[in-house]
Design a protein around this ligand. Structure first.
Ligand SMILES: Cc1cc2nc3c(=O)[nH]c(=O)nc-3n(C[C@H](O)[C@H](O)[C@H](O)COP(=O)(O)O)c2cc1C
Length: 327
């Protein structure tokens, strides 16, 4: 068993968290992570108030374990946030605030509803802002991650953030798909890890099977930081880049961002159609560099058990074997 402070704080046996991901987390995936001893988080950006309410009810039908609900602050909607507060999940998770947004107001409302507050940051100043606003848990998200990211890599970002917000617990996100990543994150001071890409390549993930295969086939060297997916969806993020596979869709528009702006509605419709039929060449595919560490679709339970077993082996076997007494 690997036991950290986050296990006590969240009431979970294993320090592994599923990141809330817009279109990639639904009730079966969230509940599967909870039932396997991790902490599942539901992303909300694909839902309206009514569908979020029924998705949360579907999680309760599948598990009696604690879970979280994630909101992207820059586009937060009162009616949808209201559903989360009403549902009182164990954790209200936030990310990507605008600079002028008052984090304290959102965090206080979440606390008043009985939730713990988790905030994801790609930079130390943003983590400090969240800590000062009352966050209970920080997530250091490195640029290796899938989805929207900043510019700092996990390896330097994590220990800097751990030091800056001490004694608040910090989870490491970005580039972690196996027990080696968990052991490394713990060595750098994390209390646990938050995973996206690895959980997308599971049987329970709600993404198209072709998308899962694309993750498996990727060697991890084929992603880029790009604004093209956001130009196609006409959604401007506050300072984020999107890590997506350099597939035909991205190559078609790279260097011609002005043209995608011009044809955004048409391109948006084409992307929606491609997504629906699993055409992985003609839609943006967001996943992290750790796709290169993923070579099979597993159940969520297998993913969590394998990560823990591998990390335990490293911590109990390889690392102690490196120590030598001075002669
Ligand atoms: C397809 C996709 C969608 C995501 N959507 C969200 C989101 O809505 N909110 C959020 O806080 N993070 C989101 N993320 C980021 C994850 O929470 C997490 O930080 C990231 O996946 C960790 O890196 P990894 O993919 O290397 O495991 C998303 C990631 C991906 C791949």
């Amino acid at each position: 068993m690997i036991h950290t402070r986050i296990c006590d704080l969240l009431g979970i046996p294993h320090p592994i968290v599923l990141g809330g991901m817009g279109t990639a987390t639904t009730a079966p995936l969230v509940a599967a992570v909870c039932n396997a001893g991790g902490f599942g988080t539901l992303g909300t950006s694909a839902f309206n108030a009514a569908t979020l309410e029924s998705e949360i009810a579907a999680i309760h039908e599948r598990t009696n374990k604690p879970f979280g609900v994630n909101h992207l602050l820059f586009q937060i909607r009162e009616d949808i946030f209201g559903v989360t507060l009403q549902a009182r999940p164990a954790v209200a998770a936030f990310a990507w605030a605008r600079k002028e947004q008052k984090l304290r107001d959102y965090f206080q409302r979440a606390h008043d509803a009985g939730c713990k507050v988790m905030h994801m940051a790609g930079e130390v100043p943003e983590a400090l802002r969240a800590a000062e606003a009352g966050a209970d848990i920080l997530v250091a998200q490195g640029t290796e991650a899938g989805g929207h990211v900043g510019w700092m890599a996990s390896l330097p970002l994590l220990p800097m953030m751990v030091k800056a917000v001490a004694p608040l617990p910090v989870l490491c996100a970005g580039g972690i798909a196996d027990g080696r990543g968990l052991a490394a994150a713990l060595a750098l001071g994390a209390e646990g890890v938050l995973l996206g890409t690895r959980f997308m390549a599971t049987r329970e993930a709600p993404i198209h099977p072709n998308y899962k295969q694309a993750i498996i086939k990727s060697d991890g060297h084929d992603t880029v930081l790009t604004e093209i997916p956001d130009l196609a969806s006409q959604r401007v993020w506050p300072g984020a880049m999107s890590r997506a596979q350099r597939n035909q869709f991205i190559q078609r528009w790279a260097g011609r961002e002005w043209a995608i702006r011009q044809a955004a509605t048409e391109v948006g419709n084409q992307v929606a159609t491609a997504r629906a039929v699993g055409d992985v060449d003609n839609a943006p595919l967001s996943f992290g560099q750790d796709a290169g560490l993923i070579d099979s679709i597993k159940s969520v339970k297998e993913v969590i058990e394998d990560i823990i077993a591998e990390a335990e082996k490293i911590i109990a076997g390889r690392l102690p074997s490196l120590l030598r007494r001075p002669t």
